[in-house]
Design a protein around this ligand. Sequence first.
Ligand code: GCB
Ligand code: CA
Length: 889
Amino acid sequence: MNKVKNMRRLLSLLVLIFLCVSHSQAQRMKFTINSNWSFSLQEEDASSVNYNTKGWEKVSFPHTWNAKDSDDEIPGYFRGKGWYRNTIDIDRDLAKEQVYVFFEGANQETDIFINGKYVGNHKGGYTAFSFDITKFLNKGKNTIAISVDNTLNNNITPLGGDFTMFGGIYRDVYLLYTPKAHISTTHYASSGVYLDAYQITDKEAKIKLRTYLSNATDKSQRYYLKTQVQDAEGNIVAEKNNPITIPEKSENILFQTDLSVKKPKLWNTDTPYLYRVFTYLYDSNNKVIDCVSNPLGLRTIKFDPDKGFFINGQPCKLMGTSRHQDYVGWGNALKDEMHIRDIKMIKDLGAKFIRISHYPQDPFVIEQCNNLGILSSIEIPIINNITMSEEYTKNCIDQVTEMVYQSYNSPSVVVWAYMNEILLNQVYKKNKKIEKNKYLKELYNLAYSIEQKIRSIDDSRYTMIACHNAPALYKEAGLTDIPKILGFNIYYGWYGSNIHDIKSVLDEIKRMFPDKPLILTEYGAGVDSRIHSFEPERYDFSNEYGSYFHEYYIPVLQERDFVSGSAVWNFNDFSSERRKEATPHVNNKGLVGTDRECKDTYYLYKAYLSDSPVLHICGDFWECRAGASIDGETSTQPLKIYTNAEKVKITANGKDLGEYDVKDRKAELTIPFINGINRIEAQIVYDGEVIKEQYICDFRCINVKHNFTEMSIMLGSKRYFEDKTGNICWIPEKEYTEGSWGYVGGRPIVNKVPFGTSSASTKEIFGTDQDPIFQTQREGIEQFKADIPNGKYSVYLYFSELLSKENNEKLLYNLDPNQTDKRYSNRVFSIYINGQCVRKDFNIAEEYGINRAVIIKYEIDVFDNKGLTVSFEEKESTPVLNAIRIVRN
Ligand code: GCB
Ligand code: CA
């Protein structure tokens, strides 16, 4: 008995040694060639070997040429062709090896040339692709020239969308060496191995493996294919050895086998247990010549139209967020660690779901989802409208095929999606040449072929289309019949005026499609974290309105089991070059900003979704704070706490304010802020552990009679605006009363925007990055008075002409109506300070243009206890004032 055991041990030791030795000889090698490329934006063909790159820029991948122009004040960003050139040094034996160039992604059409010869083309900006370049190479130095074009191309999806389509090679590029016979690298740029786990029980999980093999030699040969499953600790838990023959000169020959894992450990969001499947190719001398590995997560998934999503038979509400792949300043050209950071932050939120939207992202995104236990849907970008052409259809099919194959082995992926709000831009309404029925039919056919394609590759997962809030239209087009589940993007309380409608509309959608599982694929509200309001309202972009919006939605979603999941639009603020509003060129519906600084809403979700203690003082990033004050010493303002504890204790400036009950993850109170530095402390007990948070701010009590130093007031506004660069806080207007300060006469402007009105203009203001200060104004103002003490002052008047007679193009998504403003008329007025005319016949539009930040500073002496009176005298149309700042010198 013992002998047998020892023999076995010896044998397995030998096998191990054999494996180790031979594995170390595995020849595949993949490495980036990201550095030191010459780059030029140009149409001219730069593919020839001796092309002169004098004057070209040096860049490294990830690279985009739109990092700056997508965020400047000049409308548009470069969409055209860029060339990259470099030399690659080949020091290996090309008779024995194959060489591939592998792109993780380039936006959006790529052509590759080696040593002046054309290698190939790829269309689509978000999926990986690879080319066999062996026959183009010589030993030693080779030139590689790559052109990338991000011009809008009607035959490459997407045709539009609310995000910047940054051009360039914005993900890693690799060279990949393999032996002549190898596990395929050109099967849709995947690993060449596809794993299907099925019949997963406590006892075992069966796994079907499909491996694609290639042989570039001119000899058909015998090989061995070994497939080995290792558990998370590296123990071999299943193994299969198959002799195979790979015919000569063959590419992507399919080989199938299966095996089973006993007593499988399952993958789920709490314990994302991963096995790793190694696929080895041995030659006839028993030498490993190639090896790839793939993650294997064993789990079952099910969407039930009434009860929601289940993983391994357990219910699991898929609450989470969407994510865009850019950082402002970087565009889409991110370092790996920036992608990883985002997914970790989403996990830390307690999210169970990511909608990877609107396109496939960096491989690290899904890898992190696999590792951390976050379920996901991935989609190809078919947005707003389609082209009715064979080429466009083919491109959609190509992109979806690449997407599915490239992420096939990721247990985190549960949904393959395509088409986002495809009926939003009803082109047949705008273009008489397009007939509605024909368009809808074409759309149906496109969706149908994509669906068939996905199911033919992978029927084990679900499929989804994300519709906008027009269920009847999608039904009319037949689109709602096609995918296995439906997504809806619904924005009541933002694009829709009444937030409460979200409930009835969700319920109505359920009635319309009783058998379809449902995900709320988008909902959200814009937040500019510099803006605050104690009377939050739709379209004010305040932190407080954003909080109100999400506080309302979370219970609505949680109460409805038929809502399988939801994805906040969006995890991050992201680039959308054409967007205007408070933060032009940026869609600010993120739970975190462009730099990933967390907004209050991030913590609200965390308080609901996370299992670890959460305590957040809302607005704790509001460092320079201010408010009107009756005595110049104190000013009372509301404060909110987000926490998952039941009670929270508060002290302010050392004074105990007592204990507050937490309801719906929040406690609300008021704080008597004092002039100067304030320290607010919150404390919870969570699982017996005491947790504390503090908020420190520099508060300015605004009062003209006590300690007056300065005041910054936004007219026509209920908003506060923090300017961290100047360390000042703008506060809302109020009406003048004797002994105090404020406006006399006039009214706040009301802006017409889609789905209602807004108290702030949605125009981009040129010449400033503090657009909100200029986006509100008081029209017809007669005076601004401040009963300030005698002394010398700087008085800054802020203006912007917000009305225009120009008729601009109307954009989808943007709140700015971009139409002629009917109220426009030539505005001329005079300004007087303490009786003296300081500006006669002022015409903002004529002198400065419209939507431009105009600041005029006056040096003023106040004497005879007259205080300050700025008067406005109408000449033509009504005077306006956007903001005023008064500083005692
Ligand atoms: C949508 C779109 C998304 C936009 C979003 C918004 O419905 O699907 O791409 O960014 O609305 O913020 O308007
Ligand atoms: Ca621009």
